[in-house]
Design a protein around this ligand. Structure first.
Ligand code: FAD
Length: 287
């Protein structure tokens, strides 16, 4: 590991300025990925900027009935927060499936999003909930849909010196339910072979009014499965339309053969997970 300077600024804008100062800087949040990459020598920055001192990026707020989650909020906080459990239970469900308690205690929402790793759980659930990501450069901030934030494996929309400062969620809708379903090989602490996040809203007669289906780990970025969502609209969610949604989601997924399984196998898993997630989401919406 190469020696590096270390800074822990007290504000997000100062952190962003330090990161922008040279091409050779690295932001650090929970460190669950960054520290490993530093140890392996895969990242060799001259300056590590620890975002942990910027306390303004900690905590959960409830503006206008929605939710703003500061980037330093840990995955464990998402899993255990009463506010998250009530308003966005799918987010707590996805968080509870990340690695181990030790990883969840350190890893942050900002890190999970900014890392841009395809094998990830929380971003899929956030996209299914219609999240926006807030990116900060110096004192200026911009927001964009999280669905548009990922460009490829470990590639995001962040410009040099820009940091993820928060993630925002729209106010929860009535008769809405969600489910995050994950499949791993080996232990549940492993990263997903595939996952599926579904959020559905039913009308007063039980027909599906709106749906968002996202599949993860089966393409370069989380995939918003639009054809799957369309297959659910206008009717109650049952075996037939859930299966059709699962079929088209598997068709649209872009898995590759790797250590976690063949592309063929992952498509089969996607079919199972999407059907399961959609049906559970509908049951929860109706409850
Ligand atoms: C053993 C293990 C198992 C895991 N299993 C899962 C799993 O099943 N599902 C899952 O979803 N995740 C899992 N994870 C977590 C995931 O792989 C990442 O490690 C985690 O999301 C990174 O968050 P962090 O806060 O630790 O980020 P860090 O490690 O601090 O940073 C990661 C990257 O993001 C950048 N970064 C961090 N924060 C910001 C910010 N606010 N703005 C801009 N850039 C930033 C860093 O520069 C770095 O490049 C697992 C991790 C481990 C170690």
């Amino acid at each position: 590991m190469r020696n590096f300077e270390y800074a822990q600024p007290a504000t997000a804008s100062e952190a962003s300025r330090l990161l922008a100062d040279s091409d050779d800087t690295l932001a650090l949040s929970g460190g669950t990925a960054a520290v490993v990459l530093l140890h392996l020598g895969l990242l060799r920055p001259s300056l590590v900027v620890d975002l942990g001192g910027a306390t303004e990026m900690q905590g959960i707020e409830r503006p206008n009935g929605g939710m703003r989650v500061g980037a330093l909020t840990t995955i464990r906080t998402l899993e255990t927060s009463a506010a998250v459990a009530v308003a966005y239970p799918i987010l707590a469900e996805a968080a509870s499936q990340v690695g181990s308690v030790r990883v969840r205690n350190a890893a942050t929402v900002g890190g999970a999003v900014a890392y841009g790793e395809p094998q990830t759980d929380v971003p899929a659930a956030l996209i299914a909930l219609g999240a926006e990501v807030e990116a900060q450069h110096g004192d200026s901030r911009r927001s964009l849909p999280l669905a548009d934030f990922f460009h490829g494996p470990y590639e995001t929309d962040l410009a040099h010196g820009e940091i993820v400062s928060a993630v925002s969620l729209p106010a929860p809708q009535a008769r809405t339910g969600g489910c995050h379903a994950k499949f791993t090989i080996g232990s549940m602490e492993h990263k997903p072979v595939a996952n599926a996040s579904a959020v559905v809203t039913l009308d007063a007669d039980g027909a599906c009014l709106a749906a968002r289906v996202v599949v993860g780990a089966v393409g370069p970025t989380p995939l918003v499965a639009e054809r799957a969502a369309s297959a659910l609209l206008g009717a109650p969610i049952g075996e037939a339309n859930a299966r059709e949604a699962a079929r088209v989601a598997a068709e649209d997924a872009e898995p590759i053969d790797d250590l976690r399984g063949s592309a063929w196998y992952k498509r089969r898993i996607v079919r199972v997970l999407v059907e399961r997630a959609v049906r559970r989401a509908a049951e929860r919406a109706a409850a």
